[in-house]
Design a protein around this ligand. Structure first.
Ligand SMILES: Nc1ncnc2c1ncn2[C@@H]1O[C@H](COP(=O)(O)OP(=O)(O)OP(=O)(O)O)[C@@H](O)[C@H]1O
Length: 315
């Protein structure tokens, strides 16, 4: 309730969906805390429980058990107050398909006492040229930006976006990241879900790795990389088996792994020495340095790779 409350707090939140095909454990003990005035990314694959969690924070879904607090408030009891202070990216723009973009923004603005100027939002998301266009005639990527624009209209303290860059081309995505960074810099808390390592790395101050209904790890991208992926590695290929003698020389510099396809990695902070030694070791070629990424940390934390799919649909 106070300015010091976390933006979001979920404690051991569980949710089972009953479907004709059986029960689905959508949330299996989700626990996390998201501080205010930052950009937080829920990073995980389809079905990990990101949308269910986000929708619960504004009372659109009810947990079976556990505690959800948004700005210190119970979303099931404080829906009116939260609807003034928090905005979640709507999926409704399509419902208003016969309105023009400008008309829809004006209608949305009329719901709030202190909306942010629609022109400013349209300009920042490069939607101004579509004001006269009917919603039904927008491409997927433009419709997506319109949904983000609608969430921004109420000038919320907490802006929740569900995969906001889906369908955006790389330029529109970077533009969106810069706009969201600007909102964060002037105090807005942003929580978004994403499949994209690149987006989480470029945009998020903190990342929640979501896997099978739980937050399995969290931290800044740098913290996650440091704790799960470790330091750099010198990577190389082998034309044949390494002799025991050469392998033990390499191991004196760090951890050596060789996969069945003869791709090898030597994890070491002494990369210069490793490169010299490898260049003198017979059968080692294609030498390179791999700096650890959030993708490596994700793989180490969950045991699976996350492959992002983006479908540029801008017009
Ligand atoms: N209304 C619903 N009824 C039944 N099952 C649902 C419902 N909503 C979500 N689920 C299921 O719950 C699980 C978690 O879904 P959720 O949408 O929260 O995950 P997500 O990480 O946001 O994935 P996506 O990126 O696909 O939206 C999935 O298995 C999904 O199929």
């Amino acid at each position: 309730m106070t300015a010091q409350s976390p933006a979001l707090e979920l404690r051991d939140v569980r949710k089972i969906y009953n479907t004709p095909g059986g029960t689905i454990d959508a949330l299996a003990g989700m626990t996390l805390t998201a501080e205010q005035h930052k950009i937080h990314a829920f990073l995980g694959p389809n079905g990990a429980g990101k949308s269910t969690s986000l929708e619960m924070t504004v009372g659109l879904r009810t947990p079976d058990s556990g505690t959800v607090r948004t700005l210190g408030l119970d979303p099931r009891k404080a829906r009116d107050e939260l609807s003034r202070r928090v905005a979640i990216q709507p999926q409704e723009a399509k419902v208003f398909q016969y309105l023009r973009v400008g008309e829809l923004l004006d209608l949305w603005s009329s719901f709030y006492d202190h909306p942010r100027p629609a022109d400013e939002i349209l300009d920042s998301l490069e939607l101004a040229k579509y004001v006269e266009r009917q919603v039904t005639k927008l491409s997927g990527g433009t419709l997506q930006r319109l949904n983000v624009a609608l969430a921004m209209v109420s000038d919320p303290e907490l802006l929740i976006l569900d995969e906001p860059s889906t369908g955006l081309d790389p330029r529109a995505r970077e533009r969106l990241w810069s706009v969201l960074g600007g909102w964060r810099d002037r105090g807005t808390t942003i929580v978004l879900s994403t499949h994209s390592m690149e987006e989480a790395t470029a945009l998020a101050d903190s990342v929640f790795i979501v896997d099978r209904g739980r937050c399995v790890s969290s931290g800044t991208p740098e913290e996650l990389i440091a704790s799960f992926a470790g330091g750099p590695a010198v990577v190389f290929r082998l034309s044949g088996d390494l002799s025991e003698e050469n392998a033990s020389r390499l191991r004196s510099l760090g951890d050596l792994t060789v996969n069945p396809d003869r791709f090898a990695a030597l994890k070491t902070a002494r990369t210069d020495e490793a490169l010299v030694l490898l260049s003198q070791t017979p059968g080692c070629y294609d030498l390179g340095i791999h700096q650890p990424t959030l993708g490596d940390a994700y793989l180490a934390a969950t045991g699976t790779e996350l492959t992002a799919t983006t479908t540029p649909e801008e017009d």
